[in-house]
Ligand binder design. Structure first.
Ligand SMILES: [Zn+2]
Length: 971
């Protein structure tokens, strides 16, 4: 069948998108008006999504709760959690659902044809025929409900989205962002919180929730996307016959209102929580955000990102410099958002004070006026455009399937205008035009129009308030107490009954015949062989040189690893600072602004970092100073010139800049602690017994942030010390005997760098230096860290190798069982936490962490009972088949060229050979119930001694104080 023969659709547009080498069709479904975009091409990682325009009218989170609940069972798949069934047992490469401020999208991706069709069907049935109308408990579980186990208990509110959003409302970056959006679009759906404000979520009724679904989840309001190598006509025919043709066209009013411009600048203030002991000095967010033009402007998103770089991305940007010199903030940045109907651009100073407001505004105004008058630095704009074009051509989205990234880009115009579906898909011509415009006054004119002559802007201030979380918690407790007091005995009994009934519902297994309605691949359909090793080891001038022959579209991905194991931990502590600051200081040849531009003009990225890895066979650890550079071969000479300039000619005595970067790093470090408490808790718990994690904690974890924060307190002396350390470190690191080179590139290009690399090797330091060793001691002792949010992150870790046990591929299968069965059911579904993950490494580490969790003790109990669960593990053949496929899908992730190169380098460094990966794969594919049960002993051994770390709310941690040796503040 071909597309032209399809009677039920009309082709509105057909063109070839040369930027991404794909055909594209825009169609409409004749009967319902459903909108469709197809991108047929030879990409094996196929993508499908269905999306709806879902503008909310309040902050009850109704769009978000509908997103969660439609995945909890449907007509064809009447089980409690088809989403989880798919996660467990499909070869998907992407499976999720996302609520945005104006749309909800349900994407799936897979390399396997059978699997892809199956995923599509489960998702389509979910959105059009969900069980939410038949089963109210789905709404209560995922949205919100009153919880009362006994009539005498305190009344509580729980629910997955409720916990998720309590977590999201803990992060000050998020809080400020949300306030800006709400205040600049007061008359549109962006004026409310689509995810749900935890204070407002309990206002949502079951009826309003159902109304939202019936209004918006209709083909006439839908957006359907298909990408990759599949029979598109066959797919469209199926979508029509199974779903769309059963509906009549209706008028759905879901257009997103446009915000009328303001007559004058408005202001907003939002409070965010600090813990009781935190200092509120230098903690205020200052922001000025402009709103202008809309989705129909193809150039503006790129122009705005160029402005970001010109105003703050380049370390020498005049605006950044003026604000920091005036002592306003520790971190200054600009940020644009073109993913919604109207575009936004904001200037931020973080770590400021409220009295800086006027100065903040006048410095920005002066700088905008000056730029319009005197012009942007041309090279800065050009450098940015060249780098962006590199990224656009490279199209490397990490683990996000390429097709999905393109599909989501479409919605940035398609959602607002049916005729502009492919509007942002051909940017190369836009880059060309903008690069030419650099030498005119084009950018300056836009700056004048959109900023100086524009009153649609808002000044927003995020003000820290000590103890706000405790206050909110006690207010909520009070409200709930009053609520309970107002209830009659019968009403209270009803809540107790409902609580029981919900738990009962959650615990009742699905019927076997219903589970079987979800089609599954068989283990026998899965490829037996692991991916082949791509590593080839060579030597260049006595230096080990690893290469992977991979097609990279003309890009060289080069990694230089300097072994730093002979340096003492006292020096190592400064290495992350060095990695961060090195390419941002003046060199003998270039000032730091020009250096930043030159790096952008000639590379696709030059990054330095400090990393540690461990050989799985010998247990030996290695730490590296790592340099990653990607570039086009034609720029190789310039790239090595710049690299040498940065490494050997940097002017290290610049106290002022080092002091400035130190404050910025402290601010970024603290934000990292607050936005990723689960990672912090996990690293910390593991560091109590594992030296590699101890080094990680010291170099990039909480300990590193504390170290930087201590240095910042006495900047005058610290900067001297830092300069001294940098001068000691560079000759210790940059030595031939430390160097290891890795290159990912097609083989015919691989020798092209030999001359440059040889010269580089010869230029390395040879003078004598003191030699030492990285040595660390682990500090045992369970800790809790108070953070200003209202949820918990509960981590437990252990290991079994030192107790004489060995790793097995069955652990990969257990990981799937944990993620989608044991932890999912106990910690998420019943416990109400947003998430919970387990990890088992080849080096024998076992760790579990919950995410945005209302509990501490209950979650720990579930962790403690894990070994028993594993010992008595039982499942059907079908389930085992499912868990095995789920484990394989975690491994068989499609990789980008750079990703595959990196993975191979890691295999080499950690001693994981092809035969080890094959052994693991064999163990996964043959895994039996007995194999899972045999892991119980290893888990018992690992968790015998409890290494626990919790990040959480003050009140909750104090309740559980007895669990910890220490209770400290996170920041
Ligand atoms: Zn969610």
């Amino acid at each position: 069948m071909n597309l032209e023969e399809l009677q039920s659709y009309e082709i509105k547009e057909h063109k070839f998108l040369k930027d991404i080498n794909s055909d594209a069709y825009v169609l409409t479904h004749k009967k319902t008006g459903a909108r469709v975009v197809l991108m047929p091409n030879d990409e094996e990682n196929k993508v499908f999504y269905i999306g709806f325009r879902t503008p909310p009218k309040d902050s009850t989170g109704v769009a978000h709760i509908v997103e969660h609940t439609v995945l909890c069972g449907s007509d064809k798949y009447p089980i409690k959690d088809p989403f989880v069934e798919l996660c467990k047992g499909s070869l998907n490469t992407f499976l999720n659902a996302m609520t945005y401020p104006d749309k909800t999208v349900y994407p799936v991706a897979s390399l396997n044809d059978f699997d892809f069709k199956n995923l599509m069907d489960v998702y389509l049935d979910a959105v059009f025929h969900p069980n939410i109308y038949k089963e109210e408990k789905i709404f209560r579980q995922e949205g919100w409900h009153y919880e009362l186990e006994n009539a005498d208990d305190d009344l509580k509110i729980n629910g997955v989205v409720y916990s998720e959003m309590k977590g999201a409302f803990s992060d000050p970056d998020d809080i400020v962002e949300r306030q800006i959006m709400n205040s600049i679009f007061p008359d549109t759906p962006y004026g409310v919180e689509s995810g749900g404000d935890p204070d407002v979520i309990p206002d949502l009724t079951y009826d309003d929730f159902l109304d939202f679904h019936s209004k918006y989840y209709h083909p006439s309001n839908s957006y359907i996307f298909l990408y990759g190598n599949c029979d598109m006509a066959e797919r469209l025919d199926y979508i029509d016959k199974e779903y769309l043709s059963k509906y009549e066209k209706i008028e759905v009013t879901s257009e997103i209102a446009t915000q009328k411009p303001f007559d004058e600048r408005r202001e907003a203030v939002i409070e965010y929580p600090l813990t009781e002991n935190e200092d509120d000095r230098d903690k205020t967010y200052l922001n000025l955000t402009y709103c202008f033009s809309d989705y129909s402007d193809r150039e503006l998103p790129i122009v705005l990102r160029a402005f970001e770089y010109a105003f703050s991305g380049n370390p020498a940007a005049p605006l950044r410099k003026s604000l920091l010199d005036a002592g306003i903030g520790d971190e200054v940045y600009a940020s644009s958002d073109c993913s919604i109907k109207q575009n936004l651009f904001g200037f931020y100073a973080k770590g400021a004070n409220s009295e800086d407001k006027e100065k903040f505004l006048s410095i920005i105004k002066d700088e905008l006026e000056r730029t319009v008058r005197e012009g942007f630095d041309k090279k800065t704009l050009l450098a940015f455009l060249v780098r962006e074009e590199f990224k656009y051509r490279e199209a490397d989205f990490g683990r996000i399937p390429k097709g999905l990234a393109f599909g989501l880009d479409l919605l940035e115009s398609w959602l607002y205008d049916d005729n502009l579906a492919l509007h942002h898909m051909e940017s190369l011509e836009v880059y060309k035009k903008l690069k030419e415009a650099v030498n005119t006054d084009y950018f300056e004119k836009l700056l004048k129009k959109y900023f100086l002559d524009n009153n649609h802007c808002i000044f927003c201030m995020g003000v820290p308030v000590k103890g706000l979380t405790l206050k909110k918690e006690s207010e909520l407790a009070q409200t709930l107490k009053e609520k309970k007091d107002s209830l009659s005995a019968e009403e209270i009994d009803k809540i107790v009954e409902d609580t029981k009934a919900l738990k009962e519902y959650q615990k009742t297994p699905d019927k076997k015949e219903d589970l079987e309605k979800i089609k599954l691949l068989k283990v026998s359909d899965i490829k037996k062989e692991t991916k082949p090793d791509r590593n080839k080891l060579y030597e260049l001038n006595g230096v080990k040189y690893l290469k992977q022959d991979i097609f990279t579209s003309g890009i060289a991905y080069l990694t230089l690893l300097f072994d730093v194991n002979s340096i003492s931990i006292e020096h190592i502590r400064y290495m992350p600072l060095l990695a961060n600051m090195l390419a941002r200081l003046d060199t003998k040849n270039l000032n730091y602004g020009d250096l930043s531009n030159e790096i952008k003009l000639n590379t696709g990225g030059m990054n330095m970092s400090f990393n540690t890895c461990r050989n799985i066979k010998t247990g030996e650890m290695k730490s590296f100073f790592e340099i990653n550079i990607k570039f086009l071969y034609e720029n190789k000479k310039k790239v090595f010139e710049l690299l040498s300039d940065v490494l050997f000619n940097s002017i290290l005595d610049d106290k002022e800049k080092i002091g400035e970067y130190l404050s910025e790093l402290r601010s970024q470090g603290e934000s990292m602690l607050i936005s990723s408490p689960h990672t912090v808790a996990l690293t910390r718990a593991t560091s109590y017994f594992d030296k590699m994690f101890k080094i990680n904690d010291i170099s990039i974890g909480m300990d590193a942030v504390k170290f930087i924060s201590e240095l910042e307190k006495d900047k005058e002396n610290s900067t001297d010390k830092i300069i001294k350390e940098f001068k000691i470190l560079l000759p210790m690191i940059l030595r031939k005997e430390n160097l290891f080179i890795n290159l990912t590139s097609p083989s015919d290009k691989q020798n092209e760098l030999d001359d440059e690399l040889s010269l580089f090797i010869d230029s390395l330091y040879t003078l004598d230096i003191e030699k030492s060793k990285i040595e660390v001691d682990c500090n045992e002792g369970n800790e809790a860290f108070i953070f200003p949010g209202q949820v918990q992150f509960v981590a437990m870790a252990g290991e079994y190798i030192s107790k004489g046990y060995k790793y097995s591929g069955a652990f990969n299968v257990l990981r799937t069982i944990m993620a989608y069965d044991y932890l999912w059911n106990n910690v998420r579904v019943e416990g109400g936490a947003y998430g919970c993950f387990a990890n088992f490494t080849m080096s024998g580490l076992c760790s579990i962490v919950s995410y945005r969790d209302p509990h501490i003790n209950n979650t720990l109990r579930i962790y403690r009972e894990l070994a028993d669960y594993v010992e008595n593990f039982e499942c059907s053949d079908r389930q085992m088949n499912q868990f095995i496929i789920g484990a394989i899908s975690d491994i068989d992730v499609p990789q980008t060229a750079s990703g595959e190169g990196k993975a191979n380098l890691v295999y080499y460094m950690t001693g994981v050979e092809e035969k080890d990966r094959q052994k693991t794969r064999d163990e996964i594919l043959s895994c039996s119930m007995e194999d899972i049960r045999s892991l119980a002993e290893r888990i018992k051994a690992a968790f015998e001694k409890e290494y626990i770390c919790v990040v959480g709310a003050e009140g909750k941690i104090k309740e559980n104080e007895a669990l910890f040796d220490k209770v400290l503040n996170l920041v």
